[in-house]
Design a protein around this ligand. Structure first.
Ligand code: ADP
Length: 419
């Protein structure tokens, strides 16, 4: 079906002009149609038109107003072609007047009769070509309009999403601050409860030591001063009481040390590690040769630590290193340091019984022991003190070991800036 935009509407009310023109155009493949008068042409043109072919005599006053209205209603992209057939002389002058009147609203071409076929066809062909371009512009404009509308819709929905997002963000940030307050309150409460518990266990442990020491001292006194009156069983019972009291006393001492490690104020400072290790070895008879051999790879790197806490840690690790050896074997311990960037790793290595990898983590928990007290004396608190204290000093602790292969404990601490 041919489009209205490519149709030539013809109005030539007198004679055979309209019929002839229509025949010529149709014969040339142009879509042309005859209208009886100007009002009919204007009405049909409302539905789309390619060009107008009008005989001048059809343009009476009323018809002029009709054409003028049609042109006035044309959209901005339209430059409708109006081909005017005149008869020369006055008629042509009237055509020129028409040109002045409507020329800026449409593309007027004036053709004088008698008309050659080729002139008519070429004039309307070029008019239709122009119309085709205008229609292309119209389509592009429509496309642009629909794209703009789509864009507008997207922009609006984007704006809406952004508003929703801001609203959600607002809600989340309100929840977050509420959560922060709750966490802060709960943490403060927990800290308070924890401190109360620690203080309570500290005072209980402390108060238990008095009666315990009395038990220990009186049983020793009885054993020494009343031994003639005691039966062998009586002596055995008293010895057991004394030993049990001693063990309980050590346990309480260690628990006290642990709660002190957890509570004590810690001030970090430069510590001369070499001097500290030498003093520990010197003060403790269990670390002296020839019973044990402790070798230090001098010099030891200085560290940043809390001196009293670090003394406790090194003493605990050295005590374990000389304790956990097979019976009859001389403990050999090596102490050395290794500096990497801003950290010093302190190594304490022994030639003892070693620890199976599955127990490496658990031995740092309080009261965890791999060996029974019958095999090796102890309370299971020493390493938990080491861990707690080292972490409070901003360091870390770990070990490398396998059963029967000795153990290498390490402590990482910040290196001194002055060494
Ligand atoms: P304690 O020495 O009083 O038993 P610790 O907390 O110091 O308690 O150690 C926990 C457990 O870790 C020990 O009972 C022992 O089984 C194991 N352990 C610690 N140090 C060594 C070591 N150097 N060699 C072998 N086993 C060790």
């Amino acid at each position: 079906m041919q489009s209205a935009d490519s149709c030539v509407l013809i109005v030539a009310p007198i004679g055979r002009d309209a019929l002839n023109a229509c025949e010529v155009l149709v014969a040339d493949g142009i879509n042309a149609s005859i209208c009886t008068d100007i009002p009919e042409m204007c009405a049909r043109a409302q539905n789309g038109v390619g060009a107008l072919l009008v005989a001048q005599e059809a343009l009476a006053d009323q018809s002029m107003a009709c054409v003028s209205e049609l042109l006035r209603q044309q959209p901005p992209w339209s430059d409708l072609a109006l081909v005017l057939l005149t008869s020369g002389g006055d008629a042509t002058r009237a055509g020129a007047e028409l040109l002045r009147e409507l020329g800026d609203r449409c593309a007027i071409t004036i053709l004088e009769r008698p008309l050659r076929r080729v002139t008519l066809v070429s004039a309307l062909r070029s008019a239709l070509r122009g119309r085709k371009r205008q229609c292309q512009v119209r389509d592009l404009l429509e496309q642009r309009e629909s794209m703009l509308q789509e864009l507008q819709k997207r922009a609006e929905s984007l704006e809406k999403s952004q508003e929703e997002l801001l609203h959600a963000k607002d809600i989340i940030s309100k929840h977050a601050s509420q959560l922060e307050i709750t966490v802060r309150e709960r943490t403060a409460k927990l800290k308070e409860t924890n401190a109360q518990l620690e203080a309570f266990s500290y005072s209980i442990s402390h108060d238990m030591r008095g009666p315990l020491r009395a038990m220990q001292q009186y049983s020793t006194l009885l054993l020494e001063e009343e031994q003639d009156k005691l039966s062998p069983d009586g002596k055995d019972f008293l010895t057991r009481i004394s030993r049990a009291a001693g063990r309980l006393d050590r346990l309480i001492q260690d628990v006290l040390l642990y709660s002190r490690a957890a509570q004590e104020e810690i001030q970090l400072a430069e510590v001369d590690l070499g001097k500290l290790v030498h003093e520990i070895i010197h003060q403790y008879p269990g670390f002296q040769p020839p019973k044990v051999s402790i070798n230090i790879d001098e010099p030891l790197e200085a560290v940043v630590a809390h001196e009293a806490s670090l003394t406790q840690c090194i003493s605990n690790l050295l005590s374990n290193a000389v304790k956990f050896v097979p019976p009859g074997k001389q403990p050999e311990v090596r102490v050395h340091t290794q500096r990497t960037n801003g950290t010093v790793r302190i190594w304490i290595e022994d030639n003892g019984i070693g620890i199976a990898p599955k127990n490496h983590h658990r031995i740092f928990n309080i009261f965890e022991r791999v060996h029974s007290p019958e095999q090796y004396d102890g309370t299971g608190i020493g390493l938990s003190i080491v861990k707690k204290t080292v972490e409070r000093m901003g360091g870390d602790v770990g070990l490398e070991s396998a059963l029967g292969k000795g153990t290498r404990f390490w402590i990482d601490l910040p290196a001194s800036k002055h060494s």
